[in-house]
Write a protein that binds this ligand. Structure first.
Ligand code: ATP
Length: 423
């Protein structure tokens, strides 16, 4: 069969790489893909992004299954459009994806269904927002309601920072429409983990747990980014915490969406804050897999991803099972000069690293230029992912591979996995 992956990041490279390993799959198309997917065996890039053109292509090529990577096409209704044409696609509808594209919707949903999350209120008027933060005190968290590519959240440690964030979003329009409303929520203390599941509207299949590193610099310093590295499993998610997350977060979310008449299908990502005493709160929902979490998760998945996606699309996830490599997988993101504020494009990448069974270079912001050189085309450029019997071994392998890659201004964290190593 032929399958299509929509997107162009590291997540999509990892999904395409994994799908291409299925004995059922003859070819994986990636739209639009990157230089890594262009070079992957069994994978072909197609320069298409418009939903109507994707549908035409899928029909022309008799593509049997489509998997959506990023949130943008989901919020534009790609799943609704494919389904209206009778095409098989794995992802949430535009309404279900609201769990990610409107933080106000997600918070109201969680409150309505008793899913643990920080107390909050939503504001469109700056003065009211200022009064609210003054009454709650700092630290406090100010979030743009809409999609802002990870840049719409200010964790304000002081009231001054909180007031400034409110003015930036509501008065100065710094986030555009995404910041026309702000969600203000209480600060949650603890350690974060990513909990990603597959959902078929009714049933859930939990994927391996993971943890990413959002800050740019070592020791979790510097600005927030899309994610500078990740590993799987996340030791913070003990079997007890896992059971609690399923019971208190995942199952009520899936049941709640069905009850609200918006059954959820697709990958569902719960960003969690886990307190020292094991209490769980939802920081955010994403309606897709995480990037870079997908890279280590796919590296550990032993089952055929096509079987799992087909089971999900055919509403029989209750009978599906995923088998995982017992080893640890760890991915280190190599980012462009100037990332995250103004990543520089066009630098040529020299890569002497050789992919093997235990390590793989997944591409994100890369393209092939006219001379077939791989050049930087986005903020997060590559994610070097390796397996090992322990976090330390996986980490060592990933960094050894990273050292064989270079481009002008390349930056990466040297401490991916530090929390797991401490544990
Ligand atoms: P992403 O890029 O992950 O999609 P986002 O823009 O949707 O990010 P959130 O995930 O809601 O934003 O928040 C970004 C980060 O800010 C979180 O990963 C967490 O580190 C921090 N954060 C958000 N809400 C809180 C909170 N209530 N208490 C403490 N930290 C928080």
């Amino acid at each position: 069969m032929k399958v299509l992956v929509i997107g162009s990041g590291g997540r999509e490279h990892a999904l395409a790489w994994k799908l291409a390993q299925s004995p059922k799959v003859q070819r994986v198309y990636v739209a639009p893909g990157n230089a890594g997917t262009a070079q992957e065996e069994g994978v072909v890039n197609v320069e298409i992004t418009a939903i109507a053109d994707l549908i035409t292509f899928v029909k022309q090529e008799n593509i049997e299954l489509t998997v959506v990577g990023p949130e943008a096409p989901l919020s534009q209704g790609v799943v609704d459009a494919f389904r209206a044409e009778g095409l098989k696609i794995f992802g949430p509808t535009r309404s279900a994806a609201q769990l990610e594209w409107s933080k106000d919707y997600a918070k109201a949903f969680m409150t309505r269904h008793g899913i643990p999350t920080a107390q909050y209120r939503t504001f469109a008027v700056a003065e009211e927002a200022h009064d609210y933060v003054a009454s709650r005190g700092a630290p406090i968290v100010i979030k743009a309601d809409g999609l802002a590519a990870g840049k719409g959240v200010i964790v304000a440690m002081t009231l001054d920072e909180a007031h400034a964030a409110i003015d930036a979003m509501l008065l100065d329009n710094k986030m555009g429409d995404a910041g026309a409303r702000v969600v203000i929520e209480d600060f949650l203390a603890g350690e974060e983990a990513s909990f990603i599941v597959m959902v078929d509207g009714q049933h859930v299949l939990a994927l391996a747990t993971s943890q990413d590193h959002k800050r740019l610099l070592d020791a979790d310093q510097g600005p927030n980014t899309g994610g500078m590295g990740a590993y799987s499993p996340a030791p913070i998610v003990t079997p007890e915490v896992h059971a609690r997350v399923m019971r208190e977060v995942i199952l009520p979310t899936v049941a709640g969406m069905a009850k609200d008449g918006i059954p959820y299908t697709g990958f569902l990502y719960a960003g969690l804050m886990i307190s020292e005493d094991g209490k769980v709160n939802v920081v955010e929902f994403n309606c897709r897999m995480g990037d870079p979490e997908t890279q280590p998760i796919m590296f550990r998945l032993k089952s055929d991803l096509v079987d799992l996606v087909e089971a999900a699309v055919e509403s029989r996830l209750d009978k599906a099972e995923a088998e995982w490599d017992r080893r640890v997988a760890l991915g280190v993101v190599l980012a462009a000069a100037g990332y995250p504020d103004s990543p520089r494009k066009g630098d040529v990448i020299a890569c002497n690293a050789k992919d093997n069974e235990d390590a793989h270079v997944f591409h994100a912001g890369t393209v092939l230029n006219d001379q077939r050189q791989v050049v930087v085309s986005g903020g997060r450029v590559l994610c070097v992912t390796a397996l090992g019997d322990s976090v330390r071994i996986a980490q060592k392998r990933a960094y050894e591979m990273a050292e064989q890659i270079s481009f002008a201004g390349m930056q990466y964290r040297k401490d991916i996995g530090h929390r797991a190593i401490k544990k």
